[in-house]
Structures are given as structure tokens and as C-alpha cells.
Design a protein around this ligand. Structure first.
Ligand code: MN
Length: 260
């Protein structure tokens, strides 16, 4: 059960992501995990699965290939990876911690509902395993400042795992697109909401037929204070506890008046 502190040095750590097993972010996270514990397993998608959300592959078989010792590539989604790892590969001894990322690109505001990075942490949470999703912001076309995640992630992971882990909760960590020395600290935040500008492109293909391309997200307006969006704009590392029971509790009472 997800209770009590995690003894990192003895912990079995599962590392996964949605950018794919060959991405630089997961290699960085693997290095960090190996510095924390000697029992690290990588189970990650063979191909990029960004924006796969919490999807599960149920209508075709899944293959898992051992690409190196304790390192497996799955031809599925991040959720498939966590499920195969916990329920099959590591069933004799489940991981005590799941780390997902480090994603190339932020996961804040409504990104959480699309993110495969966060979904892997959701799956772990559903399986009662503490999980942390980690994402490094960057601007399209510019190099990703992995040094910032490298500098701050180990400390954040250590501090989070020293807490008694809250029930049904994953931790969503975002690193701002700044050099490490420009980062202004760590902020505990709530999930924000963007005012999203037009992010759908319509063009013509070489045969003159229209096609559509979703993204990238273009933001409009000012982030609400206290949110993940505001923290990132303010050059801070954002740490958000995400609760997986989706019930809007305050609405229960008014609904019960109507239906009860
Ligand atoms: Mn991704």
C-alpha cells in the first residue's frame, strides 16, 4: 500500500515515460534513479506516446523486448508499460516507487488530461504505488535545458519520498525552461487552467486535400496565482499533488437536493 516513507536506497524503482525508451529524458531519469537505488527497472514505450493519455491497449497483443539487463521496451502506451511491469515482470516484488519522465515538454494545467507521462503515474497510483511525473519545459525549436531537471529532480524526489505518501495521489513535477542558476526555487501549486489560443492548423496536402494538425498549445492570458502555470512563468519548479478521485465533492450536496 502507498503508506509511510519510502526507503530509497532499498527501494525497487520503476522508470517509464511517454517519449519512448530512447529519449534523452528517460536516460537522465534512469541515471538519477540509479544514484538513489541499485534496484532500478526501465519499462518504457518503444515509440513516442506523447498525448496517449491513460489509454490501454486491449485490441491487439503487446510485445515486451528486453533491450538490456532490467531494461524493457513495450510496443504500447505508458499505461501498458506500468501494467506489464507491475503485474508481470516485477510481480514477485512490486516497485516501491514509479518515476515517469523526464518528459520533454511541460505537463501543466489541462496537459494533465492528455499526458502519457502523467498517465503512467496515474496507473501506478491506481496500483497503490507512489509515483512522480517529471517534465522539463522548453520552447519548440529551442534546445531543452535538461540541466535544470538534472539539478532539481533528485532533491525533489528525495523530499517527496520522505513524506508519508497520501492516498490516491501522484506528484506532478515541472521544471521551468531556465538555466539552473536562473531558477527561483520550488513552489507547491495547484493545477491551473490556460486560456488556449487557436492550436489547430488546417493545410492542404500535396494532392490538394485538407489536413489538420493539432498543437502546439498557444497560451493566452495570465496564469492564476498559486497554479503550476504561474510557478513555471515565475521560473520556479512546480510540485502539484494530483488526486485521482475525480468526484467534485462540493457539488454532491446540491445534486442530492435535486435527485435525493
Ligand atoms: Mn512526451
Amino acid at each position: 500500500m502507498a503508506e509511510g516513507r519510502i526507503e530509497l536506497a532499498k527501494a525497487r524503482i520503476l522508470v517509464t515515460n511517454d517519449d519512448g525508451i530512447e529519449s534523452p529524458g528517460i536516460k537522465l531519469l534512469e541515471e538519477m534513479a540509479r544514484a538513489l537505488s541499485s534496484d532500478v527497472w526501465i519499462v518504457a514505450p518503444e515509440q513516442e506516446q506523447s498525448a496517449a493519455s491513460h489509454s490501454l491497449t486491449t485490441r491487439r497483443p503487446l510485445r515486451m523486448a528486453e533491450v538490456a539487463p532490467q531494461r524493457y521496451a513495450v510496443d504500447g502506451t505508458p499505461t501498458d508499460c506500468v501494467m506489464l511491469a507491475v503485474k508481470h515482470l516485477l510481480r514477485e516484488r512490486r516497485p516501491e516507487l514509479v518515476l515517469s519522465g523526464i518528459n520533454g515538454g511541460g505537463n501543466v494545467g489541462e496537459d494533465l488530461t492528455y499526458s502519457g507521462t502523467v498517465a503512467a503515474a496515474m496507473e501506478a497510483t491506481l496500483l497503490d504505488i507512489p509515483a512522480i511525473a517529471l517534465s522539463q519545459h522548453f520552447v519548440d525549436g529551442e534546445p531543452i535545458c535538461w540541466e535544470t531537471a538534472a539539478r532539481f529532480a533528485p532533491g525533489v524526489i528525495r523530499r517527496l519520498t520522505q513524506l508519508p505518501w497520501p492516498e490516491h495521489t501522484l506528484m506532478n513535477v515541472n521544471f521551468p525552461d531556465e538555466a539552473p542558476q536562473a531558477v527561483r526555487g520550488i513552489a507547491v501549486t495547484s493545477q491551473g487552467k490556460r486560456a488556449i489560443a487557436d492550436n489547430l492548423t488546417e493545410r492542404l496536402d500535396p494532392r490538394g486535400r485538407p489536413y489538420y494538425w493539432i498543437g502546439p498549445v498557444r497560451e493566452d492570458g495570465i496564469a492564476e496565482p498559486g497554479t503550476d502555470l504561474a510557478a513555471i512563468n515565475d521560473k520556479r519548479v512546480s510540485v502539484t499533488p494530483i488526486y485521482l478521485n475525480l468526484t467534485n465533492v462540493p457539488v454532491l450536496a446540491s445534486l442530492k437536493k435535486v435527485f435525493g
